[in-house]
Design a protein around this ligand. Sequence first.
Ligand code: PRX
Length: 669
Amino acid sequence: MGIIVEQKSEKVTASVKWVLEDPKQKEVWWPSEELKKMAWVSDESIYEQADKDPTAFWANRAREGLHWFKEWDRTYERNPPYFKWFVGGRINASYNAVDRHIKTGRRYKAAIIWEPEPIDEPARVLTYYDLYREVDKFANVLKSLGVKRGDRVGIYLPMMPEVQIAMLACARIGAAHSVVFSAFSADSLRSRLKDAEAKVLITADGYYRRGKVLNLKAEADKGVEGTPVKDVVVVRRAGLDVDIVEGRDHWWHELMEDADAHCEPEAMDSEDILFILYTSGTTGKPKGVVHTTGGYLTQAYWTSKWDFDIHDDDLFWCTADIGWITGHTYSCYGPLLLGATMLIYEGAPDYPEPDRWWDIVEKYGVTIFYTAPTAIRMFVKCGEEWPRKHDLSSLRILGTVGEPIDREAWLWYFHNIGGGRCPIIDTWWQTETGGTLINSLPGIGPFIPTVAGRSFPGMRHAVLDENGNKVGVGGSGSLVQLSPFAPGMLRGIYKDPERYKELYFSRYGEEIYYTHDGARVWDEMHNIRLGGREDDVMKVAGHRLATAEVETALTEHEAVAEVAVVPAPHEIKGEVPVAFVILRKGRQPSEELAKEIIARVTKAIGPTAKPENLFFVPDLPKTRSGKIMRRILKSLMKGEPIGDVTTLMNPEIVEELKAKVGYVEAGLT
Ligand code: PRX
């Protein structure tokens, strides 16, 4: 491909002077002329132009990128803390993702290439025409089960094309989907289905993970108990002999056999709900983040196109599971809206060997690859001999998302996967934001390890100090988004308006969206380095998890009197939960008991949330009013200085805890 990303430090001096004070930060790359020539955007003036009138900028993008059955009456409407985009516009997500393309030369282009985990199983390829037929048929299946516009449908599926088909079929008839990560437990599924009041659940018999077949249907059966779900549609994936509940359960393939191959798409209002996706907040209960149609699709379309510079002959692979927002936007809506070809993979990255992903890149000629720092760190550990076995020269752009990427992982990715030619697009965003917000663009740059970049054109962010003042170059504070808010932003928390206001619009008022992330203004160009969450939300292998959720699960064990969960640093996963447990009177600590207590988390949330370590302790550091000082526990785990403990009710416990966790203050070793 021959695209060289050049390292030109001299170009940097004027605009990123501050950066150069640190010699390591001379690691700044810029796009080559060749890359610029190919990129959809390469002229920096796009930022200024868009910022002059973001509303007009987005109106043009919405018009250019999408098909509207009816154009909107008003582009942006504010009613703080609420806002709307493309008010009065009529649109359908599945029409834009599928129907549009079958009227063009993309009709027989591959839409989805699916790589199953078993190496001897052939890939499945769905053209846009195949996808169109499947979506229409499944939309009719949903209708036949009584699903109507405005209803909610649960989806609990592994990575396989039926997941995109199901999502688009919901969108086609105007039902909101609520996808639940397939590795979440039955309890997690149940609480989400209940909250969303889902009528139907779509699941599979099982799926492959590290060579084993996992029985998803058994979890789904437990998960639907006590929920409003009346019908369960089961995809036959693994050939498992599963229980079928007469009258409730139906095989996907049987229903599809009789389904009509045409279903007229509903003309949805731009602000109708497209989907609900549950994510962890700071409490024990996940919240249903609500995304609506027109604005979300606009942001999905343009961020996919410009961030990853997707062209018609690209093969885009986003490794995120569909259970997360990254999967929704970049393994479903974004690439399909563009009429791109995307790849999805069912299984584990290191199965059967640690080069499975690189094998897939080589086999299909993936050109754009988007993954998470936790995966990169895992591959760093496995060694560079694994990617070296494969020809990765088809790659031209790399992306990362989900947590801050450290310099070492960034450089490893850049050199060992990208061959020093591919820019790394470090995208910062959240479930709440629907699509990316802050990152460098491939044709503009710069590409700096640990620095995500600037706000996408037409979006506005600032870093504020405690008093709400903007900090200058080099300053740190809280990252916020300013109005007009990006079109793909959440419109609320399902059935919980108070929480929406409190979480995002109380810290700095109703006109400023608080992201809960710390950040630093890197340079005069307003490139941003992200510093991690400021609240009690962890990123465990990129998965978002509240310490409170884990605590709630642990306290369910009858032996537990009190518990505190904090994140501890982890080489591969970034962070892992660790638990401090005070046992009830009369209960003796034992390894057996620790296992039993930890098992509560697997049951309540899923294996990804399992504490890495559990310490039985006689007491926890508390303020005089009895509040647990998690900050101290966090510092203990991070090896940070503990600071002043004299205000504690029980300062003596700190020494005991230090011994228990083997505390060594960083820098003293
Ligand atoms: O802390 C930020 C971190 O992930 C959080 C959002 O998590 P979630 O809703 O699960 O969405 C992840 C995928 C979009 C943010 O508040 N985060 C996400 N991307 C980055 C990041 N931190 C640093 N750099 C990133 N590129």
